[in-house]
Design a protein around this ligand. Structure first.
Ligand code: MLT
Length: 262
């Protein structure tokens, strides 16, 4: 992995290929390894950068953050590695960060891909759940968080028939530092509703959702792109929340087509 320092923290990332830049941002409580299938395939035509956000994966930090502060640091990262303006693809929590970045640092983007994510903020009930999950991580570590999340990360078919994907995801989740889990829960709990920003985004936006996603309902896709000036919705049949791992060919071809067009 390569390293660059942003505000005293080492941000680690994987980089492959040459051409227009695509930056890939993982969800919670995950790291760049949810994009392994995209890194290899997209690197045939693009410069692909898959980053571990501050505190996640190999980018070690226990510092608290907000979705907006993470977006500011990600914009800085994109500039420092010479990837601006890029296509930015963010999955789930990575999508929250990417939407914040698009609203506040549009100059670093050519196009925005929101993968298995949404523009809305947490509901009051969701906010309570974040608090409980943060406390679980602080008291008992990452394992019970991984146990609670696993049934909702993949669709039923993947959970039953693809043990290698389940194992990879479990390893990633169980290795997420408990302090980062708590910091991210608080950041997601307190994030702004980005729906009012969608009509103001000037760059093209693609929304990719898994048909069987138990966390982000597929029905949100149409709604989100209707709010954008230049939006396109792609539904991935047979995929749950981790569409990048479950149906990589369909996700890769959507991202490649979009990145080639912006
Ligand atoms: C993620 O995959 O990043 C999380 O499930 C997002 C969330 O809990 O809102």
């Amino acid at each position: 992995m390569e390293t660059t320092t942003i505000r005293n923290t080492n941000w680690r990332y994987v980089q492959k290929g040459k051409g227009p830049a695509i930056v890939l941002v993982h969800g919670f409580p995950l790291d760049h390894r949810i994009w392994l299938e995209q890194i290899d395939a997209l690197a045939e035509h693009f410069r692909v950068i898959a980053v571990d956000l501050k505190g996640f994966g190999m980018s070690l930090s226990t510092e608290a953050f907000t979705i907006d502060s993470m977006a500011d640091e990600l914009a800085e990262f994109i500039r420092i590695v010479g990837a601006a303006p890029c296509t930015l693809a963010g999955l789930s929590m990575g999508g929250y960060v990417s939407l914040s970045l698009a609203a506040r640092h549009p100059d670093v983007l050519k196009g925005l891909v929101i993968v298995c994510s949404k523009s809305e903020a947490d509901t009051p009930q969701g906010r309570q759940g974040r608090q409980a999950m943060a406390e679980t991580a602080q008291k008992h570590g990452a394992k019970p968080v991984a146990d609670a999340m696993m049934p909702r990360m993949f669709c039923e078919n993947t959970l039953r028939n693809r043990p290698e994907l389940v194992k990879r995801l479990r390893d990633i989740m169980e290795n997420c530092p408990p302090a980062t889990i708590a910091n991210a829960c608080f950041a997601m709990r307190d994030r702004a509703d980005r729906t009012p920003d969608l009509p103001k985004l000037k760059m093209p936006v693609m929304v990719i959702l898994g048909e069987k996603d138990a966390i982000i309902p597929a029905s949100m896709g149409q709604q989100m792109v209707q709010g954008c000036q230049r939006g396109e919705f792609v539904l991935i049949p047979g995929a749950g929340h981790l569409a990048t791992m479950e149906e990589p060919a369909a996700v890769n071809s959507a991202i490649a087509r979009f990145a080639a067009s912006v």
